[in-house]
Design a protein around this ligand. Sequence first.
Ligand code: FAD
Length: 241
Amino acid sequence: MKVELLSYTPNPELLVAAAARTCYSKKPGSQIIKKITTKKASKLIKKLVKIGHHSILEHSVFTFSIEGVSRACTHQLVRHRIASYSQQSQRYVSLENANFVVPPTIRRNREAEEIFNRILEESKNTYKKLLELGVPEEDARYVVPQAVQTNIVVTMNARELLHFFKLRCCMRAQWEIRALAWRMLSLVKKVAPTIFENAGPPCISEGICPEEEFPCKLREMLKRGGKIGNTDKTNNSHNRT
Ligand SMILES: Cc1cc2nc3c(=O)[nH]c(=O)nc-3n(C[C@H](O)[C@H](O)[C@H](O)COP(=O)(O)OP(=O)(O)OC[C@H]3O[C@@H](n4cnc5c(N)ncnc54)[C@H](O)[C@@H]3O)c2cc1C
């Protein structure tokens, strides 16, 4: 997969802090934003996020281009409702030469990979045959597996992103959306380090795990004092959706 941060609110942390300060100041946001320093903004954001004044984070938005992920992945992504999406259409873009995502558990198992590839081949041939028979793309796509690759542009504000990272960076999330979430997190951390300082699954953001009954390599590593290095935490067996 390829993930790019296409665009984001300029100076997202100064803006968030200026909006927050407006609540407690006689001055308007237009004056506050000219005076506020990065250091003061950072301190204010940390304080307000800690006490639950999270709506201030909604002023900063981030737009990502997500390329080469499966439809199975984007189906999970678009369940997050506080966001805007534009996804490649399977009605207007033919899937005749589509590529497919092969899950690592299948790639690692020669027999499974053979079966998987056979079905992909069959589905591609059936898709083509249906088009030749005059069936439109919007109906021929019904034979295409969820592994088919897609592109999507998504815009989320910082508040929703924190929520998204909490759910989808967790080892309980499915491997592909988890890999996507960690990549998105690494991109926004570079441009809004204070807002996303503690972002991630609850074991990182809150120091607690609501799923303690399930084994988790990440939680065990953190307990032993380990640090998050490789953010692409895809190799975990207990996936759900
Ligand atoms: C590990 C995991 C397993 C999952 N398994 C399944 C599954 O088996 N089946 C399935 O269908 N889904 C599953 N999901 C998807 C899940 O149920 C949510 O649809 C998805 O995570 C979107 O999260 P959300 O609803 O919290 O938040 P978002 O849509 O991102 O919204 C953010 C927050 O806004 C608020 N909000 C948004 N809309 C409303 C509303 N209408 N009313 C009130 N408050 C609202 C809520 O506080 C919500 O948490 C799974 C998700 C995860 C992470």
